[in-house]
Write a new protein. Structure first.
Length: 249
């Protein structure tokens, strides 16, 4: 079972001022939150699976925090809604020298949160089927807009992408209501807490968080609030990586 697709988005407060860049050098105590595209990697030529794989290798993390449940990580299972894991990440882990941590909730906590979110959207479909259909169309349209905008992986990590995701989240909160907002807050809070525990436990290691382009900014800000000196801006890092690759050609 997986959370509804619409739940994997970032809260409204990511519209706050952008984070300062920490440069593009992966120092020994660097932390970076990277936004993956899930199924859009298969459709987005600017950021296919091999570019995500190359970014992970280039960063050379000592610790890799993944947007999966503990049971999915342990079993290297299918990950509904996040095909990048069986397609690319699971095979990469066999050769990557990094500790790996799952940040999503599992077990009863997962069932509780996903059940709350699912019930909120089921109620929306019953109460306002037109509104539920409109949210689906808005989600699809937002993907189309972003895929027209993205020309480089760094743009997936930037403020424009985060702002559009926040706008979609605002529409969901408005229509699905407080029960969905509470489920989203609990979900995001669990992931942020898991990231912070891991970062604090690894003070002199390179830590990479693989999130979604939809929740990357909120997770980045949660880490930045605690360890600002360790944070590296993902958009700037990708731009530097691409510039170096261009010079090497």
């Amino acid at each position: 079972m997986n959370l509804p697709r619409l739940l994997r988005l970032c809260p409204l407060f990511l519209l706050a001022a952008p984070l300062p860049s920490a440069g593009a050098i992966a120092a020994d105590d660097t932390v970076m939150v990277l936004g993956a595209l899930h199924g859009l990697h298969e459709r987005e030529p600017a950021f296919p699976y091999d570019r995500l794989r190359a970014a992970i290798i280039a960063f050379a993390p000592d610790v890799l925090i993944l947007e999966v449940r503990p049971d999915e990580l342990a079993g290297r299972t299918q990950t509904p809604g996040r095909p990048e894991y069986p397609a690319m990440v699971w095979p990469l882990l066999a050769t990557l020298k990094a500790d790996v941590v799952a940040m999503e909730p599992g077990g009863a906590v997962f069932e509780q949160i996903s059940g709350q979110a699912g019930a909120a959207f089921d109620e929306l479909k019953r109460r306002d089927p037109g509104g539920a259909a409109a949210l689906k169309r808005l989600d699809e349209a937002a993907e189309d807009v972003l895929m027209s905008y993205w020309e480089r992986p760094g743009q997936v990590q930037d403020d424009q992408t985060a702002s559009l995701a926040a706008g979609l989240q605002a529409a969901q909160f408005a229509l699905a209501g407080p029960a969905f907002a509470a489920a989203q807050a609990r979900w995001d809070g669990h992931m942020a807490a898991q990231i912070l525990r891991t970062v604090r436990a690894n003070p002199v290691k390179r830590v990479m968080v693989i999130a979604s382009y939809k929740n990357r900014a909120v997770l980045e800000r949660a880490v930045h609030d605690v360890v600002p000196r360790r944070m590296i801006d993902a958009a700037s890092w990708f731009e530097t990586l691409d510039a170096a690759a261009t010079r090497a050609r």
